[in-house]
Design a protein around this ligand. Structure first.
Ligand SMILES: NC(=O)c1ccc[n+]([C@@H]2O[C@H](COP(=O)([O-])OP(=O)(O)OC[C@H]3O[C@@H](n4cnc5c(N)ncnc54)[C@H](O)[C@@H]3O)[C@@H](O)[C@H]2O)c1
Length: 259
C-alpha cells in the first residue's frame, strides 16, 4: 500500500472522479476526509466507502474560507495531520454553459480557482509544520482546447466567457506558482488534467456531438473512466514523487500532448 496512514483531504468527493480518488486512496491505506458541498452527494459517497477504510464526510464549501478552514480543522481534530490535499472539486456537473455573463465567469472562478487556493491556504500551514505535504490540483485538458466545439454563425455573437476552460487554464498556472512558493517547506504541488472522462457530470454537461469530436481526437480509442485518473493521483500523493513539483499531467488518451 503506497499511502499507508497518510491523511488526505479530497474535495468534491461525493461522486465522480473525487469518489474514485477517495476509493483508491482508501485502498492504498490512506485516511480520507471527504469534503463535499452537496450534503446528499457527500452522504451517498461516504456511505458507499464505509467498508473500505477510515473516512469521514465534512460538508464543505471550498469557495468559503471559513468553511474550508472548518474542514481542515476537522481533519486535524480527527487525524492530527494533513499529508495530502486533492483539490478536485469544481463547478462542472452544475455548469451552466449557456450563461456567458461576467458575473457567471466570477462565480466559476470563485470555486474552480479561488476554491483551490483557499483550501491550499488552509492546509499548507499544517504541511509546513510537518515539513512535508502533497497538493494536487485538478485541472482539465479543456484548458488546452481553445476552439469552440459548436458550429459558429456568420454573425459575431459577442465574446464568450469560456468560464470553465479559462478557470482550468488558471489552475495550471496557479499550480506552478504554489509549487514555487511551497517547495521550501517540502510541499509539492502538481496537477492532473483529465481528458473527457465518463462521469455522470460529463454525460449531463457535454453535448453528444462534442463527446464524439473529443473521442476522435484521442490517440487511444476508448472511453476514459474516473479510475484512469487514480494512478497519477497516487503517484503525486506518494513518496515516489518527492522531487516532482509544478507539473501537470494530462490523462487524456493521448489527445493534447502539450510540450
Ligand atoms: N469528467 C470529466 O470529463 C473531467 C474532465 C476534466 C476535468 N474534470 C474535473 O475533474 C473534477 C471532477 O469531475 P467530475 O466529472 O467528477 O465532476 P462532478 O461535477 O461530478 O464533481 C465535482 C464535485 O465537486 C463538488 N463541488 C462543487 N462545488 C463545490 C464547492 N464549492 N465545494 C465543495 N465541493 C464542490 C460537486 O458537488 C461534485 O460532487 C472537476 O474538477 C472537473 O472539472 C473532469
Amino acid at each position: 500500500m503506497r499511502l499507508q496512514d497518510k491523511v488526505a483531504i479530497v474535495t468534491g468527493a461525493g461522486q465522480g472522479i473525487g469518489l474514485a480518488y477517495t476509493e483508491r486512496f482508501l485502498d492504498e491505506g490512506a485516511k480520507v476526509v471527504m469534503a463535499e458541498l452537496h450534503e446528499e452527494r457527500g452522504e451517498i459517497g461516504f456511505n458507499s466507502v464505509q467498508n473500505r477504510g477510515d473516512a469521514m464526510f465534512v460538508q464543505t464549501d471550498i469557495a468559503d474560507p471559513a468553511s474550508a478552514q472548518a474542514c481542515v480543522d476537522a481533519a486535524m481534530d480527527r487525524y492530527g495531520r494533513i499529508d495530502i490535499l486533492l483539490n478536485n472539486a469544481a463547478i462542472y456537473m452544475d455548469l451552466d454553459i449557456s450563461n456567458q455573463s461576467l458575473d457567471y465567469l466570477k462565480t466559476v472562478f470563485d470555486v474552480n480557482v479561488h476554491g483551490q487556493w483557499i483550501m491550499a491556504s488552509a492546509a499548507a500551514p499544517h504541511m509546513a509544520a510537518q515539513n512535508s505535504g502533497r497538493i494536487i490540483n485538478q485541472a482539465s485538458i479543456a484548458a488546452y482546447l481553445y476552439q469552440s466545439m459548436t458550429p459558429q454563425s456568420a454573425e459575431f455573437p459577442g465574446v464568450s466567457n469560456s468560464a470553465y476552460q479559462l478557470s482550468k487554464w488558471t489552475v495550471i498556472g496557479m499550480t506552478k506558482y504554489l509549487a514555487g512558493q511551497l517547495g521550501a517547506y517540502n510541499i509539492t504541488v502538481n496537477g492532473i488534467a483529465p481528458g473527457l472522462t465518463f462521469t455522470e457530470a460529463t454525460k449531463t454537461v457535454v453535448p453528444s456531438e462534442a463527446q464524439a469530436i473529443l473521442g476522435m481526437m484521442q490517440s487511444i480509442k476508448r472511453e476514459i473512466q474516473p479510475e484512469d485518473m487514480c494512478g497519477a493521483a497516487v503517484f503525486f500523493a506518494s513518496d515516489d514523487s518527492a522531487m516532482v513539483s509544478g507539473q501537470v499531467l494530462c490523462i487524456d488518451g493521448g489527445m493534447t500532448m502539450p510540450a
